[in-house]
Design a protein around this ligand. Sequence first.
Ligand code: IVH
Length: 692
Amino acid sequence: MDAVTLDPDAIAARVGELDEAGARARLDQLVPEINHHNELYHRHDAAVIDDRTYDLLYRELESIEARFPQLVRDDSPTRRVGGPAVEGLAEFPHRVPMLSLANAFSDDELREFDARCRRFLGAAAPEHIAYVVEPKLDGLAAELVYADGRLTGAGTRGDGQVGEDIVHNVRTMRSVPTRLHGDDVPSWVSVRGEILFFLAGFEKMNADRVARGEKAFENPRNAAAGAVRQLDPKLAAERPLQFIAHSHGLAEGTAASPSHTEWLARFRAWGLPTNDLNRRVEGIEEVIVAIADLRHRRDDLPYEIDGAVVKVDDVELQEQLGFVTRSPRWAVAYKYPPPQVTTLLEKVTFQVGRTGAITPVANLRPVRVGGVTVSRATLHNEDQVRLLDLREGDHVVVERAGDVIPRVVRAVPDEEHASRPEVVFPSSCPVCGGEIHRDPDEAVMRCTNRLSCPAQLVAGLRHFASRGAMDVEGLGQKLVDQLVDRGLVKHVSDLYRLTRSQLLTLERMGGKSADNLLAALEISKGRPLERCITALGIPTVGEATARDLARHFLTLDALMAASDADLLGVHGIGEVVAHEIAAFFRDPAHRAEIDALRSLGVAFTPLDAPAAAASVVEAIAGKTFVITGTLPTLERAEAEARIQAAGGKTSGSVSKKTHYVVAGEKAGSKLAKAQELGVPVIDEATLLSMLG
Ligand code: IVH
């Protein structure tokens, strides 16, 4: 770089003078150059220019792109900070299905895997099959697609055939090259690998979140899954996600590689990150040694692994071995047992859940288990505590298995154990002091105070507002705590009685947030029946059962009137669940709450049973709809045409006779009018589900 280029003013002047052709030519130099420096810095830890020089090159790039936005290249490093948000995740079909792996849990199961391969190959089996042993990365499987060497697509695994399109986020990941290098780059190639957080990045991100008053992520895997599915790539760009390539999908316009090892070497040469710990070995006994070796290094690795993957190296043998249903015969995943550590059980406290269940919780001296710091673990119930004979002051073995909440496995015997007092279980609810009931057949103890118990009310409200239920945006934990503490909400239905002036009395609640919350509540009144059923929080009824119930009964009234026998007729519902549901709706307190919700405008909107055209007729036919604001995907005329085609009417103004207002972005006076008249307001997603 010459001295002139390094002066910010000179750069600005030069950029100002560029015409479009000049700008294009300069971008063709700058983009590869900055990408090259990025790669040296981030992947090889070997920068060759100082930060200031880099910053100035970057600034020049930004200013050219600002002047000529039409020239922004797909592989521009500025795309790493995230382009525009997408409205939803599109489908991402895999040209070759993404398979899963069969598991092995012991050395003998590995030997069986090897024996199976040899049996299948018969005379073609070599004396010792060559295998590649790789760390099984505990992240999220993803596929990257490069066409003519440029990153053009990225998707999650999904069901193996079709995943979700996440390319907007993958472009922000610095370990993913936007262009492949080399002269053997295929004209089209799909590369599979794992998206994950390295532990250092994960912990720093969590510390930053906690410092900002946000909730820490439970574990790196879930955090990675959440980050890559964000709609706004700026959010993904802020998170230090990594990609490691581990298998090939399909390659066109290039010679196929004869071995997995060679594919990995080519990935690396093209600029894709691969794992340095992958090892090629001969014969299954060497595999067993390599896996044991990897296991010893597990705690020192900068990322989480949950086992090792063993793959037949020779691609021709792979092809001969082929597949069984959804996994290849030529590979197996060896799963390590979940990591365990010993720590001090400092205290046992009690937590009250949504259904009043009182769960003992172990408060532990913070300890790292499998790369994550754990300070609490569930003890399930009284029987479990007695069975393990746990006492405060004991040392205990704690285990963390994948996504599962950490659990206490056993106490470590010591001499003082017998002299420590046994855990005392509460005789009344630790939150509200209410009476506790323990069913003789059940291990669980419950507070009988239901919604009069603040813990149950808070948990119930959180559930009601959660994404799979009424999806009330902005109604987070802190707000719910305040609403309950201040006595503004005593029942779920009270949410719909909240006024703007009440909300304004809350901490950190300005006029705009209050309006947003009221609008979100208004929108939630139109949620489809299945979500409303989930929201009611009937014990044993999760999202899947709620959907089955909605599809079967179509309306809330029909569901409420159902007997145990009717409920048993629903696909997938057994006696216990049928009994819970019928008992829930028989309870006068629940019926009163449902009446209150209805009178406040919650529509329990009959839905989307594609199998039951009747529900569409019921939801739309004869009803009057008013559309206001900009809908996310439908043009207004198209939405109106579809409503009319389903037998509904549309109108331009809201009156008492309006059945639904469909509100989109920037909805104005019509939305206000609907709220004033108590007309249910729905969003486009609900309309679409009503339309079936
Ligand atoms: S190969 C057909 N290699 O494990 C073979 N998978 O249980 C496809 N995984 O969904 C996978 N590390 O996301 C392979 N080194 C590795 C892996 C790995 C983690 C994941 C992968 C897959 C799951 C299979």
